[in-house]
Design a protein around this ligand. Structure first.
Ligand code: PLP
Length: 398
C-alpha cells in the first residue's frame, strides 16, 4: 500500500517548484510564488479523482475527520457512531470536539454492521462514521438509508481506501463528507496530510475556514480577511501538497500493482477450503491495499500469525492482538487517561466502554489476518510468499 515505495522524480519536480520561490504556505504571498499554488492544484486534481465538488486539504487524516465533523456542526455531547475496528484516530477526532464516540460491532465486511448502528441511535446521535478499513467498504446503501431515516450525517473515514469505489463512485464521495489521510504509510503520501471531500457547499466553506483560524479567504489581503467563526490551524503546507501532486499521478499505477499482487495471494489462499475472505458488498471495488482473510478460529489465527512472522512473511497483522486498530487493547481510552479534564457529559457517555463486550467483532477480528500488499514485490516474490503462506496455514490446520 505505501506510496513511498514508488517515489522519485515526479515528487522532486513538484517540491523543487516550491523550493525555487520559497513560499511554503498555501495562502497569500501571491507576488512571490511565481504562480505556484500546489495545495490548490492538488485540491483540483483530487476533485477530479473523486468526482466530487469540493476538496479541502488539511494537515492529517485525523485533522480531516475533526474538521469534517466540525463542518457538519458536531460538537459537545453529540454522539458519533463508529466501528470497533478502526485506527484509534477516528476515536480521537470525535473526542477532540467534545463529542462522544459510540463504538458498535462490525460484520464480515470488517466495517459497520448496519443493525448494530440502528440499535444504538438515540436523540443525541448526530453522525455515523463508516470506516473503510483496509481499502474496502460496508453496505453503504443500507447505511445511507439509516442515516436518511434518522436525519444523521454520514461521514466516511476513507483514510485507507483511496482508489476504492462503490457502485462506480469513489469511496469518500458517497456520504455527506469523506476523509482521507496522506500520512507516510498510506496509499499515496504527502509525508503528512489529509483531505475532506464533500458535495455540500456549506460544509466545504466551513472546512475551508475552520482549518485556517476561521479565515474567510475572501479578498487579497490575508490580514484584512474577516473571521465569521472560531477556527484552528489544520493547514497543509505547500511542500506537503507538492509531494501529493507527484504521488497522485502514480495512483492508477499503484492500484494496478496492488490488484495484481492481491490477486496472486488471494487465488493461492482460496485453494484452502477452511480459508474464507472478507465480504465485499455487491457494487463494491476495493482498493486492494490489504488482503483480509479469515481462519476457522482465534487459536489458528494466532498461530498462523506467529508462524508468518517467524518465516519472514512480514506486514501481516492479527488485529485482535494489536494496540491501535481494535477496541480490545484501547486501555488508555477505556480508562479515559487524559492530560486535561474531560467533561462530565463525555465521561458519562463513555462509561459503557469500560464494560462493553463486542462478541461479534471478536468473532471476525479474532479470526482475521490482514496482509499489507506491497508495491515493490516482484512477481516471483509474491508467488513465493503465496506458496509459503499456504504451506504455513495448511500446517496449522492439519
Ligand atoms: C491513518 C488513518 C487515520 C489518520 O490519519 P493520519 O493522517 O495518520 O492522522 C484515520 N483513520 C484511519 C482508518 C487511518 O488508517
Amino acid at each position: 500500500m505505501p506510496g513511498f515505495e514508488l517515489f522519485g522524480d515526479l515528487e522532486r519536480k513538484e517540491v523543487n517548484d516550491v523550493l525555487d520561490n520559497g513560499v511554503l504556505m498555501r495562502y497569500g504571498f501571491d507576488g512571490m510564488r511565481n504562480g505556484h499554488w500546489k495545495a490548490k492544484e492538488l485540491e483540483k486534481a483530487l476533485e477530479q479523482t473523486f468526482n466530487t465538488k469540493h476538496v479541502q486539504l488539511v494537515s492529517s487524516g485525523t485533522a480531516a475527520i475533526s474538521v469534517a465533523l466540525a463542518a457538519a456542526g458536531v460538537g459537545a455531547g453529540d454522539e458519533v457512531i463508529l466501528p470497533t475496528f478502526t485506527f484509534v484516530a477516528s476515536f480521537e477526532a470525535v473526542m477532540m470536539l467534545g463529542a462522544i464516540p459510540v463504538l458498535v460491532d462490525i460484520d464480515d465486511t470488517l466495517t459497520l454492521n448496519p443493525k448494530a448502528v440502528e440499535a444504538v441511535i438515540t436523540l443525541k446521535t448526530k453522525a455515523v462514521m463508516v470506516v473503510h478499513m483496509c481499502g474496502s467498504m460496508g453496505d453503504l446503501d443500507v447505511l445511507k438509508a439509516i442515516c436518511d431515516k434518522h436525519k444523521l450525517i454520514l461521514v466516511e473515514d476513507a483514510c485507507q481506501a483511496i482508489g476504492g469505489t462503490y457502485n462506480g463512485k469513489a469511496l469518500g464521495s458517497i456520504g455527506d463528507l469523506g476523509c482521507f489521510s496522506f500520512d507516510f504509510v498510506k496509499t499515496i503520501t504527502c509525508g503528512e496530510g489529509g483531505a475532506v471531500i464533500t458535495n455540500n457547499e456549506e460544509y466545504y466553506l466551513h472546512s475551508d475556514h475552520y482549518s485556517d483560524h476561521g479565515h474567510d479567504h475572501i479578498g487579497k489581503d490575508r490580514g484584512a480577511e474577516s473571521h465569521p467563526f472560531l477556527g484552528y490551524n489544520f493547514r497543509i503546507s505547500e511542500l506537503h501538497a507538492a509531494v501529493g501532486l507527484g504521488q497522485l499521478k502514480r495512483l492508477p499505477e499503484i492500484i494496478n500493482i496492488q490488484k495484481k499482487n492481491f490477486t496472486i495471494l488471494r487465488d493461492a489462499l482460496a485453494t484452502i477450503p477452511e480459508v474464507t475472505f472478507r465480504k465485499v458488498p455487491e457494487g463494491g471495488e476495493e482498493s486492494y491495499g490489504f488482503l483480509n482473510f479469515f481462519l476457522p478460529s482465534l487459536e489458528v489465527a494466532r498461530k498462523v500469525s506467529d508462524k508468518f512472522k517467524q518465516n519472514g512473511i512480514d506486514a501481516c497483522f492479527h488485529y485482535y492482538d494489536n494496540n491501535w486498530h481494535y477496541v480490545r487493547k484501547w486501555e488508555h481510552l477505556k480508562e479515559l487517561k487524559s492530560l486535561y479534564p474531560i467533561s462530565e457529559e463525555v465521561k458519562t457517555g463513555l462509561a459503557y466502554l469500560k464494560v462493553a463486550e463486542f462478541p461479534e467483532s471478536d468473532h471476525f477480528i479474532g479470526r482475521n489476518i490482514s496482509c499489507l500488499i506491497k508495491l515493490s514485490w516482484t512477481e516471483e516474490e509474491v508467488k513465493a510468499r503465496a506458496a509459503k503462506m499456504v504451506e504455513i496455514i495448511k500446517e496449522e490446520l492439519a
